[in-house]
Write a protein that binds this ligand. Structure first.
Ligand code: M6R
Length: 595
């Protein structure tokens, strides 16, 4: 969701290709418009529009853009419709400054009214433009740029990161308030970006600024200053050792398929880490002594939290309340206290809804821990500690490997809470491999058969209920068809009336719930539904369902985890067959940093 990148060189040179490359690397976050600006001497060159990076770059010949400094921004519309004027970067009133932001300035409308009343030229409805005018208004009152930025920080409510350059200068300025920002230091240049992967092809020497810090980039040095008093902040750069292989497709047509096939490997790495983790021991003790336990997340991460809650009850006899992050604020936060423990679950560690819930929890003194994939993300810094999901980069917008590693982490915690030997879990990676081998061809055939339907259901029970919700979310997210996830027993309480001839209904059948699932199958079969069941080999399931997608035998908990793999594949193949790009579904973004 929105991404910014800026670079400072020693002297004017071609920056177009660097800006296009950086923008391409940010596309996985989701966007509808893109823009580039270069600055040299007293000139600002700004080119931007709605559309894909390559289309806009070709239309405006961005590759030829040169300058001593450059900025690119990918916009995912919140304030103002996707349009050329709302695309970023934005100029100040007189074309002396140019800037772009990532995030959400929540008092944008009020600020625009103030700027217009002060005589500034406001061209768009976009909050990125407000960031530029917020600095401009203080520069016009005679403040130095750095002080104007500090004052602007106080005026701009919300969570964002912002980069700004001005003519007749040699620096870029930036500030961070709630949204991701990473600085890169290279040979003869410095740069910054909304995320680390987009910097890695340029440099491995990085600094992670914190909220409330102003960043000044020269070609050969970087300064961090406190927004409160302008004082210099010392921070040593870190060296990143991760390879770039992780952000390539590695021979797969899409990141999603690659990431589905990486699940066994990252599950093995996670289990290894959990076995040796001192933090797991602390978390187990905290969970044991908690008055109430909450597992909090959004979207796919919430489904993992639900799975965790089922595991904890069934394996360890403990209650954990799984809750959607925004609902936690209204329904539970008012009643939590320091005796309660929350585990906040997020792939990105930047989801605003989750961070808002965390804030509400911490305000009440609740103990907060996290499960996050992006190390260094806001969630990892704002909780007592986060268990890492160890998935490497997940580029595809639909979460796959991070979901299975979230579920495995909860399963591991449930085993440990129950005092059960976790050795059995070491079979998971091999079982996942085997599942993919067993189901892939059959799933492709079923995808082709049901792909003309725009409406379907995905049902589960017990440990497979969250899996059914997750399967339905994947289908909706990348096929754009409607698929509702539901507890199988609820289907007869209303949705049954939707069933017509051939209507696809997918069941995730746990090995101990087959009788119940068979009742569900028969209820809809007699009304003409096409029933597709994911489950272990079972003669009754085979006799009753139209299709049985067989997964390897394990136990009910591992079985529920394995059941999600065919559902991920089903949604992937249906999406591709429909001609969509499953990695970048329309209107969506990988990292949702807005309310
Ligand atoms: O980064 P998070 O796990 O906090 O993201 C939460 C949801 O936005 C995310 O899981 C979303 O539902 C996925 N794209 C679904 O595949």
């Amino acid at each position: 969701m929105c991404g910014i990148f800026g670079i400072v060189k020693e002297k004017e040179e071609n920056l177009g290709k660097i800006l296009i490359g950086a923008a391409e690397r940010l596309t996985y976050r989701g966007y509808d418009s893109v823009g580039m600006a270069t600055i040299s001497g007293d000139k600002i060159d700004l080119r931007k529009d709605v559309g894909k990076v390559d289309t806009v770059a070709e239309k405006f010949n961005v590759a030829e853009m040169s300058g001593q400094r450059g900025i690119t921004q990918l916009r995912w519309a919140t304030f103002g419709a996707p349009s050329q004027v709302n695309a970023q970067p934005h100029l100040d009133s007189d074309g002396l400054m140019v800037g772009a932001h990532n995030g959400n300035v929540v008092n944008n409308i009020e600020l625009r009214e103030q700027f217009i009343a002060e005589g500034l030229t406001v061209r768009s409805e976009n909050d990125g433009e407000s960031c530029v005018h917020a600095v401009e208004r203080y520069v016009k009152r005679g403040y130095e740029t750095i002080d104007a930025i500090r004052l602007a920080y106080g005026d701009l409510a919300g969570d964002y990161a912002f980069v700004l350059g001005q003519i007749n200068d040699d620096k870029l300025y930036a500030m961070k308030k709630g949204s991701g920002l990473v600085i890169g230091i290279g040979e003869g240049f410095t740069c910054l970006s909304s995320d680390l992967p987009s910097l890695l092809p340029l440099t491995r020497k990085i600094i992670r600024p914190k909220d409330g810090e102003i960043i000044i980039l020269w070609a050969d040095r970087v300064e961090l200053r406190s927004v409160i008093d302008g004082k210099l902040i010392e921070r040593e750069p870190e060296l990143i050792t991760e390879t770039m292989d992780a952000v390539q497709k590695g021979g797969y047509p899409h990141f999603m398929l690659k990431e589905i096939h990486e699940q066994a490997q990252v599950a093995g790495e996670l289990l290894h880490l959990l076995d040796g983790s001192a933090e797991v021991e602390i978390l187990i003790e905290k969970m044991k002594s908690a008055r109430h336990l909450y597992f909090i997340g959004c979207g796919t991460s919430y489904h993992a939290a639900m799975a965790g809650s089922v595991f904890l009850a069934q394996i360890a006899g403990r209650t954990a309340i799984p809750v959607l992050a925004p609902q936690f604020i209204s329904q539970f936060a008012p009643a939590v206290g320091h005796e309660d423990v929350g585990i906040f679950v997020s792939q990105s560690g930047e989801t605003k809804d989750v961070l808002n819930a965390l804030n509400a929890a911490e305000t009440r003194g609740m103990e907060a821990y996290g499960l996050a994939n992006v190390v260094g993300s806001t969630l990892t810094q704002a909780t007592s500690f986060c268990l890492p999901l160890c998935c490497g980069y997940e580029i595809s917008v639909p979460a796959t490997k991070t979901f299975t590693n979230q579920v495995i982490t909860f399963l591991y915690l449930a085993y440990r809470m129950a005092g059960k030997d976790t050795k059995e879990l070491d079979n998971i990676p091999a079982l996942m491999e085997k599942t993919l081998e067993m189901v892939e061809e059959q799933v492709k055939e079923i995808a082709a058969d049901i792909n003309n339907w725009e409406d379907m259901y995905c049902l589960g029970y017990g440990a497979t209920y969250p899996i059914a919700l997750e399967g339905a979310l994947k289908l909706k997210e990348i096929t754009y068809a409607h698929c509702e996830g539901m507890l199988s027993t609820e289907f007869k309480h209303g949705p049954l009336s939707a069933v017509s001839d051939g209507f696809p209904i997918i069941f995730a059948a746990g090995p101990e719930d087959t009788n119940l699932i068979i009742s569900g199958i028969n209820e809809v079969n007699v009304r003409g539904a096409r029933t597709i069941v994911v489950g272990e080999e079972n003669a009754s399931l085979r006799a009753n369902a139209d299709d049985l997608i067989v997964i390897p035998e394990s136990n009910p908990y591992i079985s529920s985890l394995l059941a999600v793999l065919p559902l991920q594949l089903l949604s992937y193949h249906m999406s591709v067959m429909r001609g969509y790009d499953p990695d970048f579904p329309r209107n969506l973004s990988k990292t949702l940093t807005v309310d």
